[in-house]
Ligand binder design. Structure first.
Ligand code: B1M
Length: 616
C-alpha cells in the first residue's frame, strides 16, 4: 500500500488523454515549487530521490493537484554525467553552467567517455527516484532524458553548435550520434529494463525550439536524432518540449514535426499559445482526432493578478473541452511562484469543472494585445531630395562597395566581408564609412529583422560573425588613427541563471554597433559583477535574467551597485524582465530586445559623455 493516493486524478488524466469526455485535468511542472514548499534545500532535494518524491507528493496533496509531476531537473543529468559543470543552489534547481565547451572539436569528442548509467553523476539517483515513485505514490515511473540537441548545446555551447551546424555539419552529426548511441539510449534502456511498467521514455528539448533554430535544422539535427533514439529504446521514446509556434509561417508543418516526436498528443504552450490562439489548435485536434495539452505560462502564475490566472486557466480548459480530449499544463511553477497564485489556479480549474464559467466563450489568446501588436507605428515620409542624394551616393564606386559589404554581412559571408573590407581599405576609403555604413548598418538591419520575427537566431548569429570578421580588419586601423570605440559594455547573466542565448545576442549587437564588450558569462553573483566592473571601468553594465527565480538576484545586483555608489549605469533585460520591473529596482535602463538594448546603451553613453563634457 503506497503512502499517497492519487488514483482519482490519474484516472481522470488517463480518460482525458484517451477517450476524452470527462473532466479536464491539469498537470504541472512543479519540482521547484515543491522544493520550496517542502522546505528542503535544493542541494538535498535534487540529490536524494526519496526526499524529492516525498516533497512532490506532499505538496501535490496539500494543494489539491490532480496528480503529482515527478519531472526533476531533467536537462542536467546526462550533461553532468559527461563532465559538464553543475552548479547547485539552496533555493532553486541545479543548472549546467558551461561557458566554455566541453567538446569543441573531434579530439574533444574522441576523449569523451560514455557515462555508466549505474554509477555516473546523478544517474543512480534517478533509479532511486523512480523506485520511490512506485513505493510512495504507487504510480508507474517515467524515465526522462535531455534530448540530443539540447544535450549537444550543453556540451558544445549553443553558439558553437549553431556555427558548426552550418560550417561543419558532419562533426555535429558525429556528436549527435555519440549522444544518442552512447549516452541517452543506454541510459534510457537501463531505466526501462529496471522499470517494466514505465510506459515511455520522455524527453525535453527546450533549445531545439524556434526561433533558436529553423524548422529545417529541427528536422536534420533534432528530430532526426529523436527518431534515431526511438529505434534504439526498448519502449517508445517521446519528446514533447519545443516552443516557437508563434514564429513559424507553417504551423501545421511544425505540429507535424512535433507529432513525429510525440505521436499521441499535441502540446502547445505559452508564450506561443497565447499569441497563436487556441482556435487553430482545437481545429487541428478535431481533424486529427488528437488529445491536446495546452500550457499556461509561468509568468502568469508568477505575476497574477488573480483574474489573469483565472481567465487563462478557464480559456485553456474550455479549449480542451472543445477539442474533445486533453489536459492543461501549468508550465513551470518555480521556487518564487507565490503559493497563493497556485491556489488560485487550482481553484479556478475546479470552478470550471463545477460549471461556474464567468468567462465562457471569451477569447483573449490570439488578440492583437496577446501578440504584442498594440504599439502605433508612425510612418515617416522621407524627403524626395534626401532619397535622390542617397541614390547618387549608392551609384558611386565607393557606394556600391559599401552596399556589397552590407549585403555580405546580411548574407553571412565571412570571407566575402573580409575581402570587400580589405578592398575598401586598399582603395583608401574612409575607415569610419566602412565601419558605419557597411558593417554597423548591416547589423542594424539584422537587428530589426530579428525583432520583427523575420529572421531566426542562427541567421543573426552568423551575420554577427561575418560582421566581426570585417571588424577585425578595421580595428587595427581605427586604433592607429586614434579612433575610439563607442565605449565598453560589460555583460553578465545574474546569479542562479544560466540562460545566455539572449545575452549573447545583445553582446553581438553591441559589438556590431561599435562597442567593446566584455562578457562575464552566466550565474554571476552581485559581488562578482561589481568587482569586475571596478576592475574594468565599463561605460555600461548589462544584466540579463530569464527566470523569475533569478530576478531577485538582478535586483540585489542593482541594489549593490547603488549601495556602493558605483558610477556605472546598469541596464537590465531578459524575457520576464519588464520596464516596470527595471524602474522598481532602479536600474538605469531597460532593453526589451537586443536592438532596443543597443539604443538604451547609446542613450546612457551619450548622457555620460555630455555630463563629462559639461563638468570639464
Ligand atoms: Co529555460 N526556461 N530553464 N532553458 N528556457 C525558460 C526561460 C522558461 C520560460 C521555460 C518555461 O518553463 N516556460 C522557464 C522560465 C520560467 C520563468 O521563470 N519565467 C525556464 C526554466 C524554468 C528553466 C529551468 C528551470 C528548466 C525547467 O525546469 N524548465 C532551467 C533553469 C536553468 C537555470 O538557469 N538555472 C532551464 C534551462 C534551460 C536550458 C539550459 C535547457 C536552455 C538554456 C540554454 C542557454 O541559454 N544556453 C533553456 C531554454 C533555451 C529556454 C527557452 C526555451 C528559451 C530561452 C531563450 O534562449 N530565448 C525558454 C522558453 C521560451 O522562451 N520559449 C526557457 C531566446 C532569446 C533570444 O531570448 O533570452 O529572452 P531572450 O533574449 C532576448 C530578450 O529578452 C532580450 O534580448 C534578447 C534578444 O532579443 N534580452 C536582453 C536578453 N537579455 C538581455 C539583456 C539586456 C537587454 C535585453 O540588457 C543587458
Amino acid at each position: 500500500m503506497s503512502k499517497f493516493d492519487f488514483s482519482q486524478g490519474i484516472a481522470r488524466l488517463s480518460t482525458a488523454m484517451t477517450s476524452g469526455g470527462g473532466e479536464v485535468p491539469f498537470i504541472a511542472q512543479m519540482h521547484e515549487f515543491a522544493m520550496r514548499e517542502s522546505g528542503i534545500p535544493g542541494d538535498e532535494f535534487y540529490t536524494d530521490g526519496k526526499k524529492f518524491v516525498r516533497g512532490v507528493c506532499e505538496v501535490a496533496e496539500r494543494f489539491g493537484f490532480d496528480t503529482p509531476s515527478f519531472i526533476w531537473d531533467v536537462y542536467n543529468v546526462e550533461a553532468e554525467a559527461l563532465g559538464c559543470s553543475l552548479v547547485t543552489f539552496k533555493d532553486m534547481a541545479p543548472a549546467i553552467a558551461n561557458t566554455t565547451p566541453l567538446v569543441a572539436n573531434e579530439k574533444d569528442l574522441a576523449r569523451l567517455k560514455a557515462p555508466d548509467p549505474y554509477s555516473s553523476g546523478r544517474m543512480p539517483m534517478v533509479f532511486e527516484l523512480l523506485h520511490q515513485i512506485k513505493t510512495q505514490a504507487g504510480m508507474a515511473p517515467m524515465p526522462c532524458y535531455c534530448a540530443p540537441f539540447t544535450l549537444a548545446s550543453h556540451i558544445m555551447t549553443f553558439e558553437l553548435l549553431i556555427v558548426q551546424m552550418q560550417q561543419n555539419p558532419a562533426f555535429v552529426h558525429k556528436v549527435m550520434t555519440f549522444l544518442v548511441d552512447e549516452v541517452i539510449a543506454p541510459y534510457m534502456n537501463a531505466l526501462l529494463k529496471e522499470f517494466p511498467d514505465a510506459p515511455v521514455a520522455d524527453g525535453s528539448d527546450a533549445v531545439a525550439s524556434l526561433p533558436f533554430i529553423t524548422q529545417d535544422m529541427l528536422d536534420e539535427f533534432a528530430l532526426g536524432y529523436i527518431e534515431r533514439l526511438q529505434k534504439q529504446t526498448i519502449r517508445p521514446a517521446i519528446c514533447d518540449n519545443w516552443w516557437g509556434d508563434s514564429f513559424t509561417q507553417n504551423l501545421h508543418g511544425f505540429w507535424e514535426q512535433k507529432l513525429r516526436a510525440t505521436p499521441n498528443f499535441l502540446k502547445v504552450q505559452d508564450p506561443d499559445l497565447f499569441k497563436v490562439c487556441v482556435d487553430p489548435v482545437i481545429e487541428y485536434a478535431r481533424v486529427h482526432d488528437l488529445p491536446i495539452v495546452l500550457g499556461v505560462d509561468n509568468n502568469v502564475f508568477q505575476n497574477g493578478p488573480k483574474e489573469e490566472i483565472q481567465m487563462r486557466v478557464h480559456e485553456y480548459m474550455e479549449a480542451v473541452e472543445l477539442a474533445g480530449k486533453g489536459a492543461i499544463y501549468l508550465c513551470s511553477l518555480s521556487a518564487v511562484t507565490p503559493a497563493e497564485n497556485v491556489e488560485i489556479a487550482i481553484a479556478a480549474a475546479k470552478q470550471f469543472r463545477a460549471g461556474d464559467r464567468p468567462w465562457q466563450g471569451q477569447r483573449r489568446a490570439g488578440s492583437a494585445e496577446a501578440r504584442g501588436e498594440t504599439a502605433d507605428h508612425t510612418v515617416v515620409e522621407i524627403d524626395a531630395k534626401v532619397l535622390q542624394a542617397a541614390a547618387e551616393v549608392e551609384q558611386t564606386e565607393e557606394g556600391l562597395l559599401l552596399d556589397d559589404i552590407f549585403d555580405a554581412v546580411i548574407e553571412q559571408e565571412d570571407d566575402t566581408v573580409v575581402e570587400l573590407v580589405t578592398e575598401a581599405l586598399d582603395k583608401n576609403m574612409d575607415v569610419h564609412e566602412v565601419l558605419n555604413e557597411g558593417l554597423i548598418s548591416a547589423m542594424d538591419e539584422i537587428g530589426d529583422e530579428f525583432a520583427e520575427g523575420k529572421i531566426f537566431v542562427p541567421e543573426m548569429l552568423m551575420a554577427a560573425r561575418a560582421m566581426k570578421a570585417g571588424l577585425e580588419i578595421v580595428r587595427p586601423i581605427l586604433t592607429q588613427t586614434g579612433a575610439q570605440s563607442r565605449g565598453l559594455v560589460m555583460l553578465a547573466t545574474v546569479q542562479g541563471d544560466v540562460h545566455d542565448i539572449g545575452k549573447n545576442l545583445v553582446g553581438m549587437m553591441l559589438e556590431g554597433a561599435g562597442y567593446d564588450v566584455v562578457d562575464l558569462g552566466v550565474n554571476k553573483t552581485p559581488d562578482e559583477i561589481l568587482d569586475k566592473a571596478n576592475e574594468l571601468n565599463p561605460d555600461v553594465v548589462g544584466l540579463s535574467a530569464l527566470l523569475t527565480t533569478s530576478m531577485p538576484s538582478m535586483q540585489r545586483t542593482v541594489a549593490l551597485f547603488k549601495k556602493m555608489k558605483s558610477r556605472y549605469p546598469v541596464i537590465v533585460g531578459g524575457a520576464p524582465v519588464t520596464e516596470e520591473f527595471a524602474n522598481v529596482i532602479e536600474a538605469d535602463g531597460y532593453g526589451e530586445n537586443a536592438p532596443l538594448a543597443v539604443e538604451t546603451v547609446h542613450r546612457l553613453v551619450n548622457a555620460r559623455k555630455s555630463t563629462a563634457a559639461a563638468s570639464a
